[in-house]
Design a protein around this ligand. Structure first.
Ligand SMILES: C[S@@+](CC[C@H](N)C(=O)[O-])C[C@H]1O[C@@H](n2cnc3c(N)ncnc32)[C@H](O)[C@@H]1O
Length: 156
C-alpha cells in the first residue's frame, strides 16, 4: 500500500495510524501525488483511492484540482487492466467535474449500476475523517468507482 501526503502533519497522523494498527505493508511518499504517479511503472497499481481531495471551489483555482486530463493519463498508465480508481467527495461541483472527465476518458468506465453504488460506501472502502465531517455537517458524500478498461494493442 502506498500513501501520498504533502503536509508533514498529515504524514505524522498517518504514521500513528500505521503503528496503532500494526500495518506492515504501507509505504508513505511525503511528496506531491502527481510526481509519484508519474514515477510508477506501467500497470503497477491494482487499486487507487482519491478520498475527499481539496475541491478548490473557486473557478480560478479549478486547474489545481487533482482530477484533470494529464493526471488521468498518468493514472491510466499506472493502473493495471481492470484495476479500480475510487473517488469520494461531498462537493457537488467537484463530483460533476470528475464524472464529466472520467466518462470522457477512453481508459475509464464508471462501474455504477444502481444509485446505491454511489450513495453508499462499499464495505471494503475505508471511512475517513473528512467523510465523518461531511456526515456530521449533514452533507451526503458520493462514492464513485471507475474501472481501468483493458488495454488493446496500440490503444490507451
Ligand atoms: C481534504 S483532505 C482529505 C484527507 C483524507 N483523504 C480524508 O478523507 O479525510 C486533503 C488531503 O490531501 C492532501 N493533499 C493535497 N494535495 C495533495 C497532493 N498533490 N499530493 C498529496 N497529498 C495532497 C492534503 O494535505 C490533505 O491532507
Amino acid at each position: 500500500m502506498l500513501g501520498c501526503e504533502v503536509f508533514q502533519n498529515g504524514v505524522a497522523s498517518l504514521l500513528r495510524h500505521v503503528r496503532e494498527q500494526g500495518l506492515a505493508n504501507v509505504r508513505i511518499a511525503e511528496t506531491d501525488s502527481f510526481r509519484v504517479l508519474g514515477s510508477l511503472p506501467e500497470t503497477s497499481i491494482g487499486r487507487a483511492f482519491l478520498l475527499f481531495p481539496d475541491p478548490w471551489p473557486k473557478a480560478r483555482h479549478h486547474r489545481r484540482r487533482f482530477v484533470r486530463g494529464e493526471v488521468l493519463d498518468l493514472l491510466a498508465r499506472a493502473l493495471a487492466d481492470g484495476a479500480e480508481f475510487r473517488f469520494a467527495t461531498d462537493h457537488a461541483d467537484y463530483c460533476a467535474w470528475v464524472l464529466a472527465r472520467l466518462l470522457a476518458h477512453p481508459a475509464f468506465a464508471w462501474a455504477a449500476e444502481h444509485p446505491a453504488d454511489w450513495r453508499v460506501r462499499p464495505a471494503d472502502w475505508p471511512p475517513t475523517r473528512y467523510e465523518e465531517r461531511a456526515l456530521a455537517a449533514g452533507r451526503s458524500p458520493v462514492f464513485l468507482t471507475f474501472q481501468r478498461r483493458p488495454r488493446r494493442s496500440g490503444a490507451t
